[in-house]
Ligand binder design. Structure first.
Ligand SMILES: *Cc1c(COP(=O)(O)O)cnc(C)c1O
Length: 309
């Protein structure tokens, strides 16, 4: 299969001399959810981003960010992470032959993701505090060491992530009526809006779904108190006629179980947020909905015990 960065080269910030660092990201399945469609009265499709090389959509952006870091002569990459950015940065840095430093808040990262980071030889730095504290520490380290920051504030990340919208438009022959997806920092929502804008068929109603308990939700991948991309998320939501939906912990757990039981899709808890949001009347009867399922269930095996089966 053509690598993602080759397939969308024209619309990505790549030049003829950019070394392409790839692990086969993107081109993920868009799965028709037959049973849930019938149950909810909508035409529901699951964009299964757990099928990416390190198990989350972060790989789309990381392939571009690390390729650019390599082109720019960086010595290494650094990021603060709730886990998946870390797993992805570590893997792509190893692939590129660059150092990787991962800064994380103590106890805030799921077990599978720490294993992914360690396995490929990245350096872990623990900060006693929140995600925001870890992010501040990673900016400081980048300055000291001459490393590239590969958090979603790195513009190349969002450029890579927007390719998921292109894939959806190509596969469905146009944008869906509604897009539901988890809302942590809001980078992915921003990237989808940009992708649909550039694809030219108009925006679906964009519905980012956040945890009511942002700071201490069970869904560790969206455990972010202050979304760094809030302004662009709100703009995309307003322009598209969508809305931000906050959901409770029980709703997240229910949606997570439902995806697994009804469709056989085992995702991590945060990835079920989109489905949890659908229960809030954001789609009309028969409308076409794409639900972005952002990361694989194997990343957070403890969730199976915690949320029950
Ligand atoms: C990063 C991540 C999110 C949140 O995406 P944002 O861009 O921060 O809004 C949701 N789910 C998973 C699995 C993630 O890794």
């Amino acid at each position: 299969m053509t690598p993602l960065l080759e397939r969308y080269r024209d619309v990505l910030p790549l030049s003829a001399s950019t070394p392409i660092v790839t692990l086969g990201e993107g081109s993920t399945p868009l799965i028709r959810a037959e049973r849930l469609s019938a149950k909810l009265g909508v035409d529901l499709w699951l964009k299964w981003e757990g099928a990416n090389p390190t198990g989350s959509f972060k790989d789309r952006g990381m392939a571009v960010a690390v390729s650019k870091a390599l082109e720019d002569g960086a010595r290494g990459v650094v990021c603060a992470s709730t886990g998946n950015t870390a797993a992805s940065a570590a893997a792509y840095a190893a692939r590129a032959g660059l150092d990787a430093v991962i800064v994380h808040a103590t106890g805030a990262v799921a077990l599978g993701k720490l294993g992914q980071v360690r396995a490929v030889g990245a350096r872990l730095m623990e900060v006693d505090g929140t995600f925001e504290d870890a992010f501040a520490a990673s900016l400081e380290l980048a300055e000291q060491e001459g490393y590239t920051v590969v958090n979603s504030t790195n513009p190349h990340r969002l450029e890579g992530q927007k390719t998921a919208a292109f894939e959806i438009v190509e596969e469905l022959g146009g944008p869906p009526d509604v897009l539901v997806l988890p809302y942590g920092g809001g980078g992915n929502t921003t990237a989808y809006a940009r992708g649909f804008d550039e694809a030219g068929g108009g925006l679906p109603r964009i519905v980012p779904v956040e945890a009511k308990q942002r700071g201490d939700t069970v869904a560790s991948a969206i455990r972010i108190r202050e979304p760094v991309h809030r302004a662009t998320v709100e703009d995309a939501v307003a322009r598209s006629g969508g809305r931000v939906v906050p959901v409770g912990e029980d709703e997240l757990a229910d949606a997570w179980r439902t995806l697994a039981h009804e469709e056989g899709v085992f995702c991590e808890p945060a990835s079920a947020a989109g489905l949890a949001g659908l229960a809030h009347g954001v789609a009309g009867l028969g409308e076409r909905v794409v639900c972005v399922v952002t990361g694989h269930g194997l990343k957070d095996p403890a969730a199976v015990e915690l949320l029950g089966t």
